[in-house]
Write a protein that binds this ligand. Sequence first.
Ligand SMILES: N[C@@H](CCC(=O)N[C@@H](CS)C(=O)NCC(=O)O)C(=O)O
Length: 211
Amino acid sequence: MIEIWGGATSRTIRPHWMLSELGIQYTPHLIGSRTGETQTDAFRRLNIKEKIPVLVDGDLVLTESAAMVTYLGDTYGPDTGLVPRPYTVERAKYNEWLSFVQMELDAHTLYVMRKHRDLADLYGEAPAAIDTAIEGFLKQVRFAEHRLDKAPHLVGETFTGADIMLTTCLAWAKLYGIELSPVLDDYTARMAARPSYLEAAKLNFSISPGG
Ligand SMILES: N[C@@H](CCC(=O)N[C@@H](CS)C(=O)NCC(=O)O)C(=O)O
């Protein structure tokens, strides 16, 4: 049985959401970050980074949310279209969106805000870095807006794991009070109305965030 470790954040919901899309039963371990639960020897053996989410499937351990979303679609839903087949143009575009969301929206804009605002005790206050991060987010997110102005999803004609990645970042931005354009607002609302999202969100956000 697949296990997913982690809950409460925009990143942890990603594998829960994909598993819900696939309709697969699995074992969730809803632990929060920096609660002590990621600092045990047993957890460090799974992820030396002391971070969530973590996926365990037999001998396979994955410690990056985008890799989990893609692995689950490739392995358990090759005919669902949730992850485009390898060696196709759609897969190339899917990969591009995943890199874009992780780098431009997650890692060096939203996470900078989190580090220097919510986690300022750990990483220090840096108002200028927060302002630059908001500016950077708003500039970069126009790439997604440009696509979604013309199409309902990021890749091809249907919902894919790339939409999971983007929606979780847009919801995170809204939580931080960043105003999205009507195109992005509408997209976020449509994605968040999917029954699989609602199911995953109910589980993922049933614990409160760690420190
Ligand atoms: N790139 C990783 C980021 C994982 C990550 O930073 N998780 C946060 C919670 S959202 C965490 O566990 N932080 C604990 C820490 O930084 O010590 C992914 O997308 O899975």
